[in-house]
Write a protein that binds this ligand. Structure first.
Ligand code: FDA
Length: 306
């Protein structure tokens, strides 16, 4: 139950601009970030995708970046994703893309952002591809879902993400299931107040299982995004008991986390997709991964001190 407090403190600490400048150029930080980030260019992401595909693991490629505050940068991110979509098709990769709407201009205008997302969905549709809108901090939840729903009306190859720590998620899952919008369920990685989100890990875990069951029973190809053994051990018998074939859902995990578990699930006949981020803006993503697990941070601090 202390973990959310530590997570909040770490995220707040890492947002310090001076610290960010110092750490994001530190060689050890750069090296350790490679465990979670596939490199700064699309080539790194393609290489990681090939390696994972060879193991029977599909990929969601993410171009790191968020909170873009001018139209040119939003357009630039859109163009990088267009290139990624073309490469996935050209190289025959088992991959789709996962985008942050604030990188496509959500902070500037819903219209701009929805246009960029719709354009990516159309391109991906040409090769039977799929585009997922990641979920960010709670100030964007409603607008993100509204945009996904709007784009989904024309492009069914678009999906959403729901965070189990938010109290509102039960209603959101009901709504998305009703519309048959594919959902990725995750615990949630941002620092949120107790007025809107569970603060204790055990409450978030229970909420996850409840939402997961709703998705498995009534959702459209849900993605169960977690590295948590306890949750995976709830999902498998639940699906079995309700006659839900392993082809009707997938597990998702992050690049560099619990690789043996990823392989074991493939061997057991489950579908796995790994989220592979790349790009120069790796710092906020990397800090969220560190904040999730004190052991990661301690490992890094020990080496920094040495
Ligand atoms: P939990 O944090 O309880 O970890 C369970 C176990 O997994 C740990 O005991 C440890 O063994 C291992 N583990 C977890 N994190 C680790 C780490 N950083 N380093 C090493 N080991 C670790 N969030 C969000 O807010 N919006 C989003 O769009 C997404 N998208 C997304 C996609 C995918 C594919 C995944 C897997 C996750 C996300 N997330 C996310 C992140 C998610 O909300 C959550 O923060 C992390 O997945 C960690 O939670 P777990 O479910 O793994 O459980």
């Amino acid at each position: 139950s202390e973990q959310p407090v530590l997570r909040k403190a770490l995220i707040a600490f890492s947002q310090n601009v001076i610290l960010k400048q110092a750490l994001s150029h530190h060689p050890l930080f750069l090296r350790f970030s490679r465990r979670f980030v596939a490199g700064e260019t699309i080539e790194g992401a393609i290489q990681a995708t090939r390696w994972l595909n060879d193991l029977g693991i599909a990929v969601a490629i993410n171009y790191l970046g968020e909170h873009v505050n001018d139209e040119a940068h939003a357009r630039g991110a859109h163009d990088v994703y267009c290139h990624a979509i073309e490469e996935i098709d050209r190289l025959g990769l088992q991959a789709n893309i996962s985008v942050k709407l604030t990188q496509l201009g959500l902070a500037l205008s819903d219209h701009l952002c929805a246009g960029n997302l719709a354009s990516l969905a159309l391109r991906a549709a040409k090769y039977g591809g799929f585009v997922r809108a990641d979920m960010e901090g709670s100030s964007y939840t409603q607008r993100t879902l509204d945009i996904v729903k709007r784009v989904h009306r024309r492009s069914p190859n678009v999906g959403a993400v729901i965070q189990a720590y938010l109290y509102r998620s039960v209603e959101d899952i009901r709504d998305l299931n009703h519309l048959q919008i594919p959902v990725r369920l995750c615990k949630g990685a941002y620092s949120e107040p107790a007025t809107i989100a569970y603060a204790r890990k055990s409450d978030t875990d229970r909420s996850f299982v409840r939402l997961m069951e709703m998705l498995l029973l009534e959702g459209n190809y849900p993605a169960i995004a977690t590295h948590d053994d306890w949750i995976i051990q709830q999902a498998i018998p639940f699906a079995h008991k309700h006659g839900i074939s392993p082809k009707r859902f997938e597990f998702q995990m992050l690049y560099g986390i619990r690789r043996p578990l990823q392989r074991a699930l493939v061997e057991d006949g489950y579908r796995i997709r790994v989220y592979v981020p790349f790009g120069e803006e790796w710092y906020p993503y990397f800090v969220r991964r560190l904040a999730e697990r004190p052991a990661n941070l301690l490992f890094l601090l020990r080496h920094l001190l040495e």
